[in-house]
Ligand binder design. Structure first.
Ligand SMILES: Nc1ncnc2c1ncn2[C@@H]1O[C@H](COP(=O)(O)OP(=O)(O)OP(=O)(O)O)[C@@H](O)[C@H]1O
Ligand SMILES: [Mg+2]
Length: 231
């Protein structure tokens, strides 16, 4: 479904992501593992159109998205949960979600039931300001905000960062339920292997901007992936 070929991405003169090619099949969950500064965010931002690409191609279901603005990529079926969540702190929980739906039509929408079924805490806190939620609750909100655009591919950038282990476990469980029910594929960048193991069918390792290792879950050498994450 997602097909990325020979991507080159950087900032000005400095190239950060080199010759990255990857695929995500419909319904598949792929984990992009890598240490700090290895280029996870740079790669994901290029996929969603928040950074320009120097070279290479990005296709979703055979449609070329390279060079297209982010809102077109969202309309084509990509949704992004950014690192650090980036929710609107002054808007309520409900407003944060409705703002994401608004691009599809007038402000007559309500939060779909499946969102509150998946994240009951967001129903309880619907009138609370986003900035007053805990880190874990904000992450749930950021995921909900991405889901209401009805993605076929949900891209998450280090969703476990700064989140308590018990909530991380919950997040993996909820994402797996949603994946089955809503039938989207997942591309998630991570440093926490246990979370990736709960979620992913396939594992890629990014090191200094290159994909250096790839393995399916059935043959996963967890020690090898861990070594890349801890060196
Ligand atoms: N705006 C920027 N301008 C210049 N260089 C940048 C910029 N953002 C990131 N970089 C550099 O690009 C490289 C990759 O950074 P990136 O944020 O993609 O890594 P990451 O794998 O997401 O790291 P982390 O796990 O800390 O989020 C780093 O060397 C970083 O210093
Ligand atoms: Mg990052």
């Amino acid at each position: 479904m997602l097909q990325v070929k020979d991507l080159l991405v950087g900032y000005g003169e400095s190239n950060v992501v080199h010759q990255v090619s990857l695929k995500v099949a419909a319904g598949e969950a792929v984990a992009l593992m890598g240490r700090n500064g290895m280029g996870k965010t740079t790669l994901l931002k290029a996929l969603v159109g928040m950074l320009p690409t120097q070279r290479g191609d990005i296709e979703l279901d055979g449609v070329t998205l390279t060079g297209r603005p982010s809102h077109q990529r969202v309309r084509s079926g990509m949704a992004f949960v950014p690192q650090g969540r980036m929710i609107f702190p002054q808007l309520t929980v409900e407003e944060n979600i409705l703002v994401a739906m608004d691009r599809n039509g007038p402000r007559t929408q309500r939060v779909p039931d499946y969102v509150h079924d998946a994240f009951p805490v967001l129903a309880q806190m619907r009138d609370r300001k986003g900035g007053n939620l805990s880190g874990g609750q904000q992450q749930m909100l950021a995921i909900a905000r991405a889901l209401v655009t009805n993605p076929r591919l949900l891209i998450l950038d280090e969703p476990t960062e700064g989140i308590q282990p018990s909530i991380i476990k919950d997040m993996a469980r909820i994402l797996n339920v949603l994946r089955r029910e809503r039938q989207f594929a997942v591309l998630v960048s991570e440093q926490v292997l246990s979370f990736a193991l709960d979620l992913a069918d396939r594992f890629l390792v990014i090191d200094r901007g290159r994909i250096v290792h790839e393995e399916g879950r059935a043959h996963l050498d967890a020690a090898k992936v861990s070594a890349f994450l801890t060196v």
